[in-house]
Design a protein around this ligand. Structure first.
Ligand code: PL3
Ligand code: FE2
Ligand code: FE2
Length: 239
């Protein structure tokens, strides 16, 4: 089958070797990772629609971002189908439960800054790191789809970044608090997905590194000083 890339897998060795996409172990891990990504894209869609109610003057732009997430969800659904994998959606909903709960609470309280930090910074940086690390070890079908998606995710991260930059002074205290409450959740989510990701030949250290680069660059752009960024990183270490 052309999608399996067996010749490369056979000649490559070590960390960069492509996994065997046909094994039960691969499909089992993929059933959870694929579900996480599908659920993540679906929740991202819903979150941008919700954000449109908090920032009504940008509802059109936010609807445009939401539509992109729907397209991502469909793309990743086809990746699972292509490998003959049934996504474990119950697992994925539980996986996002705590972060989803925090977003919903902030939404009810009208806390636009917290909602933006959760969706447009943390979740998008998490997605960007996951997709970057996945692309070199993906099957050719999924690779093409993921390459298209990752470009969009930068648009989404950028949206949150620009809004928060324009409202920096007024948002600062809420950003510190939202970071402290939610960055540890991203860290636990990374821990939780690590063993399945390893089966896909994705290393936890690479995921963390790539996440921190995307998140820190966004915080830089928004206007945080090196000391403030260190303070925010410390919030994820102290638990
Ligand atoms: C928002 O645009 C997307 C939200 C999705 C979040 C996904 C996090 C993914 C973590 C799992 C790591 C493996 C990635 C494999 C890609 C198929
Ligand atoms: Fe997306
Ligand atoms: Fe996104």
């Amino acid at each position: 089958m052309t999608t399996l890339n067996a010749p490369q897998a056979a000649v490559m060795e070590g960390k960069d070797a492509l996994p065997d996409f046909t094994t039960e172990a691969y499909k089992d891990a993929y059933s959870r990772i694929n579900a996480i990504v599908i659920e993540g894209e679906k929740e991202a869609h819903d979150n941008y629609i919700s954000l449109g109610t908090l920032i009504p003057e940008q509802a059109d732009e936010l609807t445009r971002l939401a539509r992109m997430e729907m397209k991502h969800m469909k793309g990743f659904t086809s990746c699972g189908r292509n490998l003959g994998v049934q996504a474990d959606m119950d697992f994925a909903r539980k996986f996002f439960g705590p972060l989803h709960g925090n977003f919903q609470t902030a939404l009810k309280e009208g806390k636009v800054v917290t909602c933006l930090l959760i969706q447009a910074l943390l979740i998008e940086a998490f997605a960007i790191s996951a997709y970057h690390i996945y692309i070199p070890v993906a099957d050719p079908f999924a690779r093409k789809i993921t390459e298209g998606v990752v470009k969009d995710e930068y648009t989404h991260l950028n949206y949150g970044q620009e809004w928060l930059k324009a409202n920096f002074e007024a948002s600062k205290e809420e950003l510190f608090a939202a970071n402290k409450a939610n960055l540890p959740l991203i860290r636990s989510m990374l821990e939780e997905v690590a063993s399945d990701a390893a089966v896909l030949h994705m290393e936890k250290e690479d995921l963390i590194e790539d996440f921190l680069i995307a998140y820190q660059e966004a915080l830089d752009e928004i206007g945080f000083s090196p000391r403030e960024k260190a303070r925010m990183a410390a919030a994820a270490l102290a638990f």
